[in-house]
Design a protein around this ligand. Structure first.
Ligand code: TA6
Length: 327
């Protein structure tokens, strides 16, 4: 049995080399399992498109996470139906953003403020992340932490020395924390979002509570600033950045007879998005009428809520997803 530290270094060297060359070999997967696997609850495998995926299956829930983008692909508590929507037409290919799951928008949300040649929502969701910790918790939950690989290309795109890690804990609920450290000697304006696609029975029959009275920027109306009257319902293309939000939102789904409770920390903005018919067709990777079964409710630091991160400081934005019955 080789020393864990040596295995770790070898795994990271082999992994980043092979991955960048677009090839992952089973030997590499076994090295990842050797270093970070947890008997009976966490393992690595090659998923769709030969992408390395973390599979978590403990007594409380199951989840899967692609190493590319540290992209959560699924989360299903025991006895409940899937919480996360993935498009049946998602393209699983190196460097391609995946339609569905929990894409990480970082270190900006939406279009880059000054350079339209840079990728929308930043580079984090399409580059490789590496495992840095895994743990089986006493209460039966399983945690995994990943750190974004900083290639020269990524450093150039970010334009500032930063470190970013994602901490995921899988239990009856799903806890996600996005941690950024400013490694530079000047402040950095950090924008980010957990761009979560939630599975819903029929988007026309759900409502989002917790945003009542909040102001929002309406992207489908020239980013006009408006005020939310009552709960959010969807009957057309909806693309809104809510600001000065509270910490709790609920997606009430009468079709699935459940509420998805979203509890945020370190976030005072949220995006609600459904492309509806025309935009969904133009995007071409949402599957046949896929837009009817998804709703994005995104925990963010966007618009008025972009974080001024001082040199050397660390900032954590986190959320928890829980399922409750309909009251
Ligand atoms: O979060 C909503 C949004 O900004 C929409 O405007 C739409 O562009 C969506 O993200 C999907 O973006 P993507 O780059 O993943 O196609």
């Amino acid at each position: 049995m080789i020393d864990k530290k040596v295995a770790l270094t070898m795994a990271q060297t082999i992994y980043s080399g092979l991955r960048l060359s677009g090839e992952i070999m089973m030997g590499d997967i076994s090295m990842l399992n050797e270093t970070w696997g947890i008997e009976g609850s966490l393992s690595f495998k090659l998923g769709k498109g030969n992408m390395p995926v973390i599979e978590i299956n403990n007594g409380l829930a199951q989840a899967s996470i692609a190493l590319q983008g540290a992209h959560i692909l699924s989360f299903q508590p025991k006895g409940e139906s899937e919480l996360i929507w993935m498009s049946e037409d998602a393209t699983f290919a190196a460097g391609k953003s995946l339609r569905g799951g929990v894409p990480i928008c970082w270190p900006w949300f939406g279009a880059h403020a000054s350079d339209s040649s840079l990728p929308g929502h930043g580079p984090a969701r399409t580059v490789d992340w590496k495992p840095i910790a895994s743990k089986s918790l006493a209460d039966g939950r399983t945690s995994i932490s990943l750190e974004m690989q900083q290639s020269d290309q990524v450093k150039a795109i970010c334009g500032h020395p930063l470190q970013v890690q994602l901490h995921i804990t899988v239990g009856k609920g799903l806890d996600i924390a996005l941690e950024t450290k400013n490694l530079g000697d000047t402040p950095f304006a950090l924008g980010q979002a957990l761009h979560t696609y939630f599975q819903v029975s029929d988007v026309r029959k759900v409502s989002v509570e917790g945003l009542e009275g909040c102001e929002y920027l309406d992207k489908v109306d020239g980013f006009a600033r408006k005020k939310q009257d009552g709960t959010v319902t969807i009957s057309q293309e909806t693309d809104r950045v809510y600001v000065n939000t509270g910490n709790h939102m609920r997606i009430v789904d009468t079709g699935l007879k459940r509420c998805i409770v979203i509890s945020n920390k370190g976030s005072a903005s949220a995006i609600v998005w459904n492309p509806w018919v025309e935009t969904a067709e133009k995007m071409g990777d949402l599957g046949q009428d896929g837009y009817l079964n998804m709703l994005c409710v995104e925990t963010a630091n966007a618009a008025d809520d972009v974080i001024e991160l001082a040199a050397g400081d660390t900032y954590v934005m986190s959320t928890e997803y829980r399922i409750e019955g309909i009251i």
